[in-house]
Design a protein around this ligand. Structure first.
Ligand code: FAD
Length: 418
């Protein structure tokens, strides 16, 4: 891969870069190990911090021991308190060394930051180390069949029973649930108040101590890229200690806003890495096909490169905002729209460049359905303008909260949706 321009660093970030370069040189996986980590990284789960292969696990452990996980969390919570520029340096150095930059997925970029803002000292001390060391692997139990963009309409019930909360309902599109052992779940704990005010945010164990299911039944949803990375999730009387309710009963909506802000913008600094890498792989593909002199293809590649660079700097800006204010503001919606619409358009461009070949599946075993990498990207990116809040809803948020335009009429009580 050809790298991007090096960022101009201050002395602290330079010292961090030198230390990291040295560590990566001494510790980076050997080429055969790298290949298996990468194969694992192509699957759905590792995006969520849950790779299962041995090589992936070993690499994650090395990164954990050297404190290269959850690096933007403050040091007091087990992170490194890295500045935006240092996180950017880290991304660049991992890309430069050609090794995967593993994260703890939703635990690292959604739940952990929400606990840091809203959890009690005891909750922080209990839950955060378990995310960093990989003990707790989270999935997100927000969406329901009738509560997607209008998330506050959710119906899953939570009933307090002594020092436990008992949860019953149905979630849908639960990514990575088959590999998770914890769900950060929204449930209605007071049905008699306006809908945003009766919701609680609960960290629910998916298994009991004896290993049996804690009332969770997972039904995988087959996707058009051939994977089944998410499920319909039926929850029947799942129990969680009251200790696991973040920010107290009926105060879950505010925590949700923190989580969703991070979902739109919190991974912005790592986002560009995969697209920069995909870009240079695409350039190799164009060369292999002898299309590097084709004027239209060159225009399209220049368009794409410009956007991966904008993504990189936008990510840096957003991370600085997160570090300064502890959580991303509504401008994270700009980021979500930008990267998701780019990803979709670039995947389409690559299908056009490949022409008729793009329509032919690679050779398959009987009963197999396995699109190639570019076909899979094309199919997978159809969903990126939906998950984490749809493109239309992001436009509402930008209109109302960044540009100060009149409120969306369907948003009757003035709160923004998902
Ligand atoms: C790949 C993928 C992974 C996902 N992973 C998870 C997960 O792990 N956990 C989880 O909880 N959820 C997950 N989701 C669910 C996702 O968050 C929802 O699909 C999303 O919020 C949209 O909700 P919906 O599908 O119910 O669509 P709806 O909300 O019904 O929207 C339908 C259409 O109406 C538009 N629309 C709705 N309201 C408005 C409005 N006010 N103004 C303008 N347009 C509007 C939408 O933009 C959309 O085009 C995932 C979804 C996908 C596709």
């Amino acid at each position: 891969m050809t790298s991007t321009m090096e960022i101009d660093l201050g002395p602290e970030a330079k010292a961090f870069r030198d230390e990291l370069r040295e560590w990566l040189e001494a510790n980076k996986p050997k080429p055969d190990e790298k290949a298996s980590i990468e194969a694992d990284s192509m699957a759905e789960a590792p995006r969520r911090g849950m790779g299962m292969g041995a090589a992936w696990q070993q690499w994650a452990e090395k990164l954990h021991d050297a404190r290269y996980l959850c690096v933007s969390w403050p040091e007091e919570f087990g992170g490194r308190g890295l500045s935006g520029i240092e996180v950017a340096v880290m991304n660049e150095e991992f890309a430069r060394a050609g090794v995967p930059r593993i994260t703890r997925g939703m635990g690292e970029w959604l739940v952990g930051p929400s606990i840091i803002v809203w959890g009690t000292d005891e909750q922080k001390a209990h839950f955060l180390p378990r995310i960093i060391d990989g003990t707790d692997r989270y999935c997100q139990g927000f969406s329901e069949p009738d509560a997607g963009s209008d998330l506050a309409s959710l119906k899953t019930r939570g009933v307090v029973d002594g020092d436990e909360i008992v949860i019953t309902g149905q979630k849908v599109w639960t990514s990575g649930s088959q590999m998770a052992n914890m769900m950060f779940c929204l449930c209605r704990t007071d049905p008699d108040v306006p809908k945003h005010q009766g919701i609680s945010y609960v960290l629910v164990p998916m298994r009991r101590e004896d290993g049996s299911s804690n009332g969770f039944e997972l039904s995988p949803i087959k996707q058009m890229n051939g994977g089944a990375g998410f499920t319909q999730t039926f929850i029947t009387e799942a129990r969680a200690p009251m200790f696991n309710v973040i920010a107290g009963l009926n105060n879950g909506w505010r925590v949700t806003m923190t989580t969703l802000g991070n979902e739109r913008g919190g991974n912005a600094t790592t986002q560009h890495v995969q697209y920069t890498r995909q870009f240079w792989d695409a350039v190799d593909m164009v060369r292999e096909r002898g299309k590097q002199h084709d004027a239209l293809t060159r225009q399209q590649l220049a368009w794409a490169f410009t956007r991966t660079e904008i993504m990189r700097f936008q990510g840096l800006r957003l991370l600085s905002e997160v570090i300064a204010k502890k959580e991303p503001g509504p401008a994270s919606s700009v980021n979500k729209m930008f990267w998701s619409e780019y990803a979709q358009r670039f995947a389409e461009i690559l299908m056009d460049i490949r022409g008729a070949d793009a329509l032919v599946m690679p050779e398959q075993k009987p009963d197999e359905y396995r699109p190639d990498r570019w076909q899979s990207d094309f199919l997978t990116t159809r969903s990126v303008t939906i998950w984490g809040g749809t493109a239309q809803v992001q436009r509402n948020i930008v209109g109302e909260r960044v540009l100060g335009l009149p409120k969306d009429p369907s948003n009757e009580d003035g709160r923004t949706g998902r």
